[in-house]
Design a protein around this ligand. Structure first.
Ligand code: ATP
Length: 367
């Protein structure tokens, strides 16, 4: 096993800069997840680590070895792509064994590994089948099995669960996590799926336009996003962003005044008249009723009109419009809250969880 270190890695394709000055080090045995919008450079980073792309500049180390000029097959990395690329003429067992045979491992050991891997991915009953006799989800698990069986120094996984249906995806995600807990292989994992990123990662790397926005543990990325991009990318439903103007009385949000308690105001360091984007997560908004306990002095009220109500059983998602504006706001309410479209609600914003972003740059101004 090995740590993976990227030093100022850049990759240009003619005049497109796919990744720009990427520097990070994954300690041995950690599971890192790369996330970001489509085209932000996730796959390019993964392919560069694999040796399938050459960096335009920068250095890449696996362990202590500089691998810039080491071809992919000599890097001892195992990669699983979204399109699992199984060998069609080989059985499941032969596919799983392929990397081990290439490395001339002892045949008894190979059989033992096939058995272990098949058990951990529930493939035992499929070992004699050819890929075309498998469902998409089964093929994807074989591709995972083939990578795991090799016990490579580094695992590179590019959206490996994307072709699975919802239930299988949840199950395989949990299996992957358990496998990593047992094997502790250094892993780099690319996904669009926030749940995968939050649940699997030791660290999440959030990318945008080829650049790193933030690297941190999932809870840190969620609770302390460094800018508006990270804040709105991680979280589902996403953090609400409300354009506002700072005034001496508080924030003017589309004509509604959101008073700010002195305790928070003292820390804001904003100029009167400054335009900002307020950020508040859906779970930090409650539907105000006279009977609710609103004694918390850090809470503020805002009036909205209900547009869409989505009951999910345990909770209800409410999409509402700010009165007199086109801004919408998502609220994650308790399952027994059931307003109807058109109803006017007063929302209580827990300002202990308020973010303030520069409206022009998206940089975080508070907290
Ligand atoms: P997605 O989530 O859609 O898979 P990604 O974050 O993995 O995207 P990359 O595939 O790494 O993004 O691509 C990053 C950028 O580099 C994109 O703008 C893409 O169009 C560009 N790019 C990638 N490969 C090539 C190539 N071979 N030639 C030209 N441009 C490329």
């Amino acid at each position: 096993m090995a740590n993976v270190r990227l030093e100022s890695i850049k990759r240009r394709f003619n005049n497109v800069t796919a990744i720009e000055d990427i520097t990070f080090e994954i300690p041995d045995g950690e599971f890192w997840v790369l996330v970001g919008p489509s085209g932000c450079g996730k796959s390019t980073i993964l392919r560069t680590i694999a040796g399938l792309e050459n960096a335009t500049s920068g250095n890449l180390y696996i362990g202590e070895e500089l691998v810039n000029n080491i071809p992919a097959r000599q890097r001892d990395v195992a990669m699983v792509f979204q399109n699992y690329a199984l060998y069609p003429h080989m059985s499941v067992a032969e596919n799983i064994a392929f990397g081990m045979k290439m490395r001339k491992m002892d045949s008894k050991l190979i059989q033992q590994r096939i058995g272990e891997v098949a058990r951990s991915l529930s493939l035992e009953h499929l070992l004699d089948r050819k890929p075309k006799q498998l469902s998409g989800g089964q093929q994807q698990r074989v591709a995972l099995g083939r990578a795991i069986a090799r016990q490579a120094q580094v695992f590179l996984l590019d959206e490996p669960l994307s072709n699975l249906d919802a239930q299988l995806r949840d199950d395989t995600r949990a299996e992957l996590k358990q496998l990593h807990q047992n094997l502790r292989n250094t892993t780099v994992y690319v996904t669009h799926d926030q749940v995968e990123a939050m649940t699997l990662a030791d660290k999440i790397v959030v990318l945008n336009r080829g650049q790193i926005q933030q690297i941190g543990e999932p809870q840190v990325i969620y609770n302390q996003p460094i800018n508006k991009m990270v804040a709105t990318f991680i979280g589902n439903p996403p953090m609400n962003i409300l354009p506002a103007k700072f005034t001496s009385d508080g924030f003017d949000v589309s004509g509604q005044l959101l008073p700010v308690p002195p305790k928070i105001k003292g820390k804001l360091n904003l100029a009167t008249g400054q335009l900002v984007d307020l950020g508040i997560r859906p779970e930090h908004i409650t539907v105000f009723s006279n009977s609710s306990n609103s004694s918390n002095s850090a809470n503020s009220l805002i009036s909205v009109e209900v547009k869409v109500v989505e009951p999910l059983g345990r909770e209800t998602l409410i999409r509402a419009g700010l009165a007199g504006s086109t801004e919408t706001i998502n609220i994650q309410a308790a399952g027994n809250v059931n307003p109807h479209p058109g109803e006017i609600l007063n929302l209580e914003l827990d300002l202990n969880y308020l973010f303030v972003f520069d409206s022009a740059t998206g940089d975080k101004l508070y907290p």
